[in-house]
Design a protein. Structure first.
Length: 258
């Protein structure tokens, strides 16, 4: 909200390469929506660490639900929060005079893009949480990557205004494609630099890649939660499929038995 009300209002008095019919506020609004989705989703893994510390994660893992369903549930929750952010940004944009497109097709497209962005960054956040495994390290890593992702995108300035090295980095930044798609769908006169098909294809591809990675790593977060305990892969014969479980054998006990 502060970006739109303060930064957007000030920069709106300067004319740049924003398109033939776009003011800077029109240009900025889709980027702020994408920023809101990023900031909400990228710290979503923190809840998984809290669940592990409270013992809730172990209950999830002993349930018959597939691990992929647990990861998709996290992503769906992030999507719901992302859509709530979208409603707020839409209302604020109308209030300050942004030329919003209210076509049902365009709104549906915005919902799809917001959902993909929320799922992408929340799943990435879950993977980071599985790697760092504690709140302090997670917050540090989250802060470390959030600002570079935001500023190395086209959220607050056009690609044409970037130096070549920054533009090269922006091409591998998923936020760039989310903003690009939102700009074409959300505001009157907005255009996509890469094309909506390319934007959506890249976002879908990244989500499809990240979900299996998160599914693979998610159980390991619980297995490493108790210091001094060893992780052993056990097979659940009753269910007929193998899943990694945390064994109740301390290293000290193993040393005595040996």
């Amino acid at each position: 909200m502060l970006w739109l009300l303060l930064f957007g209002e000030v920069m709106d008095h300067f004319h740049g390469q924003y398109g033939e019919s776009l003011s800077y506020l029109d240009f900025l609004a889709p980027g702020i929506l994408a920023q809101s989705v990023l900031f909400v989703s990228i710290f979503y893994g923190l809840s998984a660490i809290w669940e592990r510390d409270l013992g809730v994660l172990n209950r999830y893992l002993v349930s018959p639900a597939p691990r992929s369903v647990l990861v998709l549930g996290k992503a769906t929750s992030a999507v719901a929060r992302g859509l709530a952010q979208a409603i707020i940004i839409y209302l604020l944009s109308v209030f300050i005079g942004v030329q919003i497109v209210f076509s049902p097709v365009h709104i549906l497209g915005v919902i799809v893009v917001v959902a993909l962005g929320s799922a992408l960054f929340s799943t990435l956040s879950l993977i980071i949480a599985c790697i760092v495994k504690n709140r302090e390290h997670f917050m540090g890593v989250g802060q470390l990557i959030t600002m570079p992702i935001f500023f190395a995108s086209n959220a607050i300035y056009p690609l044409s205004a970037m130096p070549q090295w920054l533009r090269a980095i922006s091409t591998i930044n998923p936020l760039t494609y989310q903003v690009d798609a939102l700009r074409a769908l959300m505001v009157t006169g907005g255009q996509s630099e890469y094309g909506l098909t390319t934007d959506l294809s890249i976002l879908v591809f990244i989500v499809v890649v990240l979900i299996p990675v998160a599914t693979r790593m998610y159980p390991r977060m619980a297995c490493g939660c108790i210091p001094g305990w060893r992780i052993e892969p056990l097979r659940n014969a009753a269910r007929g499929r193998g899943r990694p479980q945390c064994s109740a054998l301390k290293l000290s006990s193993l040393s005595i038995l040996s």
